[in-house]
Design a binder for this molecule. Sequence first.
Ligand code: HEC
Length: 113
Amino acid sequence: MRAILISALLALASPFAHAAGDAGAGAQKAKPCAACHGADFSTPISADIPLLAGQYEDYLARALADYKSGARKNPIMGGQAGALSPQDILDLAAYFAGLPGKLKVIPLHRLVQ
Ligand code: HEC
């Protein structure tokens, strides 16, 4: 029993455990982003700027990581993401994903008949 408890605690402390974003920290880091993406991150200042509120967390983290690495090229967002640390990216993604938003997807069963 004790061995199980110890190995469970070790698993939790593992550096290979899933990294988690802190939405509260993300809210602070997101302040400069509101200038374009809108104060609620659901009403961007122009139609070519995507909605972030309610987007999938892993999608957002991937998008930011790809802007940072250059895998996804955009002069504006490349500059924005360049200074973000991996933890910043996780925190921002957790924050945006938890916001109420207008994004929705069509259920798969309606697309594949
Ligand atoms: C100067 C305006 C501007 C600012 C400031 C800005 N963005 Fe963006 N953002 C854009 C534009 C334009 C795009 C679309 C780029 C493209 O076509 O790939 C975008 C795209 C994104 C995407 C991809 C969304 C998707 O659906 O693929 C994410 C995530 C994102 N921004 C997060 C951020 C974060 C986080 C910040 C603050 C650190 C930020 N943005 C600041 C203009 C801005």
